[in-house]
Design a protein around this ligand. Structure first.
Ligand code: NAD
Ligand code: MG
Length: 439
């Protein structure tokens, strides 16, 4: 495992901060917030610019620590001694697991967002040195603390927007799993980060792959980004049979182990729709340069095509701990817990275009990415509500994309929404889905 001493002796400052800026400026067409850089030796400079002390473990706030991404984040932190120190763990209501995590890693703070759940925490349940804060406002305040270096944004759904916003407002570096932030309010969040000096390093495996591939070229050399998709559990199922899919079937993903919401999104391929919108804003590329390719092995996590026809891909076994670790250690690469390929064994990689008839959600993603404005927020909210309806047995699997398409089409589109507009249309879209399901 990597030791801190390694880092202290090997991070040399060979390239000045000015060089980094020069590089960034020449790549203006891609957003500087998400722009990877090629000079590894400038790592300490980049850290210094972000207000991080390269000689100390990075102090990490894990938002959504009890979820799938949150628990994998704590695995990474535990597997990389000396590199990261958990400052804050936050969850909604899963206090049992949260307290277990607090006892194992001794953060300075735990935050329980739901006050009713927090009220059940008994006196003496917290380990010594850990304090409890309650509610979303407390979380916003703590995320902005000068004692936080990096924020892992892993709250699920639209609920993750506000704390991610708070982190960017304070100029933090955000390891972003909560794609909904960019789907709902991409241009606003990117502008905010540019203004405050905040940075976004993606955790979504596809966007992490793209971020890594982009380090090999300049923005004007990029011709296309190809997001890979596993195709989910129904990749080979007939269109007719999809009508009868049950929540139990849809919750079984063939290659990834994830939270329930994103697992359903993978089954409908709405996850890829959301990821197209996420990529559009994160990398500042027009929707026409974004494509989707089904790749059932989930080994190639995405690809970038450059002007000369070269395609650069990132490959690794399907394990979210790698993109989480990359986002935490960026711009450095460190040893970690992820399993390696066994190249003495053969490997087969398949690719096929998605079927628009069976998976209409992908088209909705392209459409919303191209339209911008309020389209992403409306699609996201309609989908969250439709997934909830499906899991509760109120609507069928195939209804999810259908109702999303209808709400997207009928919504009062705004090209330059404010955050308030986004929130208002999020609420509107949810109501429309409920009305549709009740008819
Ligand atoms: P999950 O359901 O497993 O966990 C969600 C976490 O968010 C929990 O800790 C929960 O307590 C917390 N939470 C829920 N509602 C909250 C609220 N209102 N306030 C505060 N905390 C709240 O979800 P997940 O699968 O870990 O996904 C988290 C995010 O990461 C999602 O945006 C998802 O799209 C994204 N993501 C996940 C994966 C994956 O492999 N799981 C991959 C890529 C991106
Ligand atoms: Mg993904």
């Amino acid at each position: 495992m990597p030791e801190k001493t390694w880092r202290q002796t090997h991070v040399k400052v060979e390239v000045s901060a000015l060089n980094f800026y020069t590089f960034t400026v020449t790549n203006r067409a891609l957003s500087p917030v998400a722009m990877p850089f090629t000079h590894r030796s400038a790592a300490a400079d980049v850290r210094a610019m972000a207000g991080e002390n390269a000689a100390e473990p990075l102090r990490v706030a894990v938002l959504g620590s009890t979820g799938s991404i949150g628990t994998s984040t704590l695995d990474v932190i535990a597997a990389c001694p000396g590199w990261f120190s958990p400052f804050l763990l936050a969850a909604h209501r899963s206090t049992r697991l949260l307290l277990e995590q607090a006892r194992a890693c001794r953060p300075r703070w735990v935050v329980v967002v739901d006050p009713a759940a927090a009220a059940e925490i008994g006196v003496g349940a917290l380990p010594e040195g850990t304090r409890l804060a309650v509610g979303p406002e407390a979380l916003d305040d703590l995320v902005q603390s000068p004692e936080v270096d990096r924020v892992v944004s892993a709250i699920v759904g639209a609920a993750g927007l506000r704390s991610t916003w708070a982190a960017l407002e304070a100029g933090k570096t955000v390891a972003l799993a909560n794609k909904e932030t960019l789907v709902m309010a991409g241009p606003l969040a990117m502008r905010l980060a540019e203004r405050t000096g905040g940075r976004i390093v993606p955790v979504d495996s596809e966007h992490s792959a793209i971020h890594q591939a982009l380090r090999t070229g300049t923005s004007d050399e990029v011709t296309r980004i190809v997001l890979t998709a596993s195709g989910g559990p129904f990749r080979t199922r007939s269109r007719e049979s999809l009508v009868h899919v049950t929540p139990e079937e849809a919750l079984k993903h063939p290659t990834w182990s994830m939270g329930p919401k994103i697992t359903i999104d993978s089954a409908t391929m709405m996850n890829k729709a959301l990821e197209l919108i996420e990529a559009r804003w994160l990398f500042g590329l027009p929707a026409a340069k974004l494509a989707v390719l089904v790749h059932p092995q989930s080994i190639v996590h995405s690809m970038v095509e450059f002007v000369d026809g070269s395609v650069i891909a990132q490959l690794s076994p399907p394990d979210m701990r790698l993109p989480i670790q990359y986002a935490l250690s960026y711009p450095e690469r460190i040893d970690g817990p992820t399993r390696r390929f066994d190249f003495t064994q053969g490997m087969t990689l398949d690719f096929a275009p998605p079927d628009p008839e069976r998976f209409p959600a992908v088209r909705l993603g392209h459409e919303a990415a191209a339209r911008g404005g309020t389209a992403g927020a409306v699609l996201n909210a309609a989908n969250e509500e439709a997934v909830r309806g499906f899991l509760e047995g109120a609507i069928r699997f195939t209804d999810i994309a259908e109702v999303c398409a209808r709400v997207l089409e009928e919504h009062p589109f705004q090209p330059e929404p404010s955050l308030d507009d986004v929130r208002r249309l999020d609420a509107w879209a949810r109501q429309e889905v409920v009305k549709w399901a009740c008819v």
